[in-house]
Design a protein around this ligand. Structure first.
Ligand SMILES: [Zn+2]
Length: 71
């Protein structure tokens, strides 16, 4: 999954939103047929990748923003 470059915490996928994210922050998580995590945010469904993480996800452990890499 994804690892925070700052604190090295590996997060399975606990999405946190950037402080300036404007949506309603409703999201659901499910696995698709390929076993990938599929996220639905405000009605938009996608498989999260690094670009998404570094655009929107905040590390819940250390609070770093946009600091993800693949583990
Ligand atoms: Zn972190």
């Amino acid at each position: 999954m994804f690892r925070c470059k700052n604190c090295k915490t590996v997060d399975r996928f606990e999405l946190m939103f950037a402080p300036d994210y404007q949506g309603s922050k409703t999201f659901q998580m499910a696995y698709n047929k390929k076993g990938e995590i599929e996220i639905t945010v405000d009605g938009y469904k996608f498989v999260p990748d690094l670009a998404f993480m570094n655009g929107f996800a905040v590390c819940k452990y250390c609070g770093s923003i946009y600091k993800w890499e693949y583990q």
